[in-house]
Structure formats: C-alpha cells, structure tokens
Design a protein around this ligand. Structure first.
Ligand SMILES: Nc1ncnc2c1ncn2[C@@H]1O[C@H](COP(=O)(O)OP(=O)(O)OP(=O)(O)O)[C@@H](O)[C@H]1O
Ligand SMILES: [Mg+2]
Length: 414
C-alpha cells in the first residue's frame, strides 16, 4: 500500500487472513482490507437499499459486487468512501472505523471510476488525469508528468494528452477515467459499472487491461457490475446481492459456478454455468495427438504413414508449422496439396495455457469435431477429439469434487 496519507494504512495484524482462489497457478493469501460489518442503509424515504450486509474485502485483489438492478451495489460502494453514510453497522478500513478518518483523507485513499468515466469536459485528457495530484498541491509539471506516465499504463497513446473528452471514443474515455483514479496512487479503487457503456470488444480489452494493472500495482479493487461474465472474469471474490440489499453468496467465482448457494444464485449465473466453469480447468492435461499432422510438402511415404493414424482427418500445416486446414487422408496427393481446398480448422487453442472451455470451443467450431492445439508461436502442437476433451472434463470435475470447490483455478481468461 502506498500513497495513503493517513494512520492505519499498514495491514492490521489482528485481522485474520482470508484465503481466496486466484487466477494464477499459485494460491495467495490475502488480508482483509475493508470489512463491511452488518451494514444497513435506509434512505430517508424508508427504502432499505442494503440490509445487514457483512463482507470481508481482501487486500490486493479484485472483489466484485454483482446482482440485479436496484439490489444496492452502488449504495454499498458509496458507503465505502462515505459518499453515503450507513444507517447501521460499521465499515473498517484496515482495521480502523472509517468514521474516524476525515472524509477527504478517506476519499483520497480511494480512486473512484464510474460508467461513462465522468470526465471534466472542459479539461484536456492530461489535466483530467492530473486533477487529484493538483488538488494535493503537486506542481503543474509534476502532476502532468504523472498523468503522462499513467496514460501509458492504461494503454493511451501520448498523442491524446491535449485532447478534450469529446474527442475520444467511449473506451478511451474510460481509460482516462481509470488513469485519473490511479493518479494519486490510492491503495483502493472503487469502480461502479465502469465498462458497461462500451461495446463487447472494447470491454474485453478494458477488462484485460484492468487485470494487468491490478497484477502490476496490487491495488484493492471493489468492482460493481450486473454482468456475471464480467464478475467471473475479474473477481478474485464475488459477492452476489439480491434485491433488498441482502447477500446471497460470497465466494471465489469457481465456487459460485460449482456450488451456487441457492436457486437465486443459480438463476443469476444462467443456464451455461457448466460451460463457464470449464474456464477454471486447464487444458494442460489433454493428450494431444501429433501423428495426424502433416506438412504441406509431405512426401508420399509420409502421407501414407500418417493415413494410418486413429484420427479420421489429417491436419495440414504450412512450412512454418502453422495449421492450414483439415483433409481426409485419401484427399491428399504429395506435391499437390492445395491449401484452398482444405476444411477450415476453426480457432485453435494454446496448449496448456488456455482452458478446457477454450479447447471445447475449438472442437465444437471445427467441422471435423477435432480441436487444434498450437504453441505460443502459433505452430500446430497436436490435435484432440471432442470425445477426449469430454473425458478430460469428466476427470477434471471428479478431481475438483474430491479436492473441494476452491481447488479449481482459473486457467486463463478465455
Ligand atoms: N437517494 C436515494 N433515496 C432513496 N432511495 C434510493 C436512493 N438511492 C438509491 N435508492 C434506492 O436504493 C436501492 C438500491 O439502489 P442502488 O443504486 O444502490 O442499486 P444498484 O444495485 O446500484 O442498481 P443498478 O444496477 O440499477 O445501478 C434502489 O431501490 C434505489 O431505488
Ligand atoms: Mg448502480
């Protein structure tokens, strides 16, 4: 943690650590940074937006609040930085009651990002990002230098520095919003549906970028969304809230998918939770066959030998080893293989790195029912049938069941 100019910003050793599943292969142990303890918010008109909510938000990871519209996500987020005051209960930041801190100090320790970025329209990109450093009394030059550094970190070209927000796309504005929130290096980021307004492709890019930034900077992020896929992709821990501001389940995403607490959570996860869960199983255990792979310049002898494999199709690769397409063994003549005549192979998966979900997707998309695995350079590493992937899935389920739900680690973001 850095940049928090208040007492009590070291981890409080009296707070017990919580364990959590994580995307990387190693499990990490987190401390609790934000403890929401039996908090209720009753608005003046009597609406109970949040009802006796308790959550331990771990340090240095992403906690996602997800749930249907009106279930109290924004209210919860705003209670963390006291834009909204709880009616009952307490919120501890690093073991200290948030009410004991001056509200300005508290807010400076928490960057805030909202949908559509909420940028100052009359300020340039660089000055938007420099807002908080300027407020903290940094010089103009130092603030702008910091802003330019952050532009690079969030993937914005330096040429955008002098533009105004209206001269940027929605995705670029959102990046500026993230950079602005990071400017004073706060230990905590609060993000309220930051990527909801951008199209799916840009959104995926922003999500990947956020994961990278989190990994690099180790921020504690509380992220609100009503998109369960986004929650599963980003969250180390996911809190599912139901209408009335009550907690339905708080668990790592793999556990939500394998063991939803009740029908509400199950319905919220949607019909394809089984498929989604496969993204937590690595493709590393798949047995890849290399015998059905032939190069486009294969000799007649090589083709004859390959034709005797158990696979009904051969995968033809270019001279660089990259897959070109499938053919029935009898359809290939040495010296006359026409890449244009081959059946498409769909989308390959990266062996070991991608998940079983990605491998299954490749097999389903492939007209032969066989998936193509490639190495990091895109060269064919082997092929695997739908049936073999099905067997690996059954094996992974049995293993996860024996080891408990938290054993499943997200293999990849695909
Ligand atoms: N200032 C307010 N006064 C009265 N009721 C409010 C106020 N702000 C929010 N609410 C109500 O509190 C409940 C929770 O609102 P909140 O904005 O926290 O929900 P949300 O989960 O963020 O919803 P959405 O997904 O639509 O953004 C809703 O019923 C809402 O109408
Ligand atoms: Mg909201």
């Amino acid at each position: 943690m850095s940049g928090l100019d208040s007492p009590g910003n070291g981890l409080n050793p009296t707070v017990p650590p919580v364990e959590s599943g994580r995307k990387s292969q190693t499990r990490r142990v987190f401390g609790v940074l934000i403890r929401i303890d039996s908090v209720t918010k009753r608005y003046p008109d009597g609406t109970v937006a949040v009802d006796r909510l308790s959550l331990d938000i771990p340090d240095g990871s992403i906690t996602v609040l997800v749930g249907p519209s009106g279930c109290g996500k924004t209210t919860t987020l705003r209670m963390i930085n006291r834009m909204v005051e709880p009616s009952e209960g307490t919120i501890l930041i690093d073991g200290v009651d948030s009410r004991q801190q001056p509200v300005n100090t508290l807010r400076r320790s928490m960057g805030y990002v909202i949908q559509n970025a909420g940028l100052f329209q009359h300020r340039t990109v660089v000055d938007n990002i420099a807002t908080v450093p300027r407020m903290l009394g940094w010089s103009k030059d130092k603030s702008r230098a910091r802003a330019r550094e952050l532009m690079e970190r969030v993937g914005l070209d330096a040429s955008f520095a002098k533009r105004y927000p209206y001269q940027l796309s929605g995705g670029q504005q959102q990046r500026v919003g993230v950079a602005r929130a990071l400017a004073a290096d706060p230990p905590v980021l609060l993000m309220d549906e930051p990527f909801s307004a951008v199209d799916p492709v840009v959104r995926k890019g922003l999500q990947d970028e956020l994961l990278r930034i989190q990994e690099e900077l180790g921020k504690t992020i509380v992220f609100v969304t009503h998109d369960i896929d986004e929650a599963v992709k980003l969250g180390t821990m996911v809190a599912v809230l139901r209408t009335g501001g009550r907690l339905a389940q708080f668990a790592p995403p793999a556990e939500l998918l394998s063991d939803p607490a009740d029908e509400f959570v199950e319905d919220f996860l949607g019909a394809d939770r089984g498929i989604r869960r496969l993204s937590f199983f690595s493709s590393a255990g798949l047995e890849l066959l290399t015998a059905p792979i032939v190069a486009i310049d294969a000799t007649a002898e090589q083709l004859a030998a390959r034709g005797a494999t158990e696979a009904p199709y051969l995968l033809v690769t270019g001279l660089d080893g990259r897959p070109l397409g499938w053919s029935e063994p009898g359809g290939l003549t040495a010296g006359q293989i026409d890449a244009g005549q081959l059946l498409p192979y769909g989308r390959p998966f990266t062996a070991g790195q991608d998940s079983l979900r990605a491998a299954l997707d490749c097999a389903v998309l492939s007209p032969t029912g066989w998936a193509v695995a490639v190495d990091a350079e895109g060269r064919a590493a082997g092929v695997v049938s739908q049936a073999a992937i099905g067997e690996a899935i059954r094996g992974a389920h049995a293993h996860a069941h024996a080891a408990g739900p938290e054993a499943a680690q997200k293999a990849t973001t695909r």
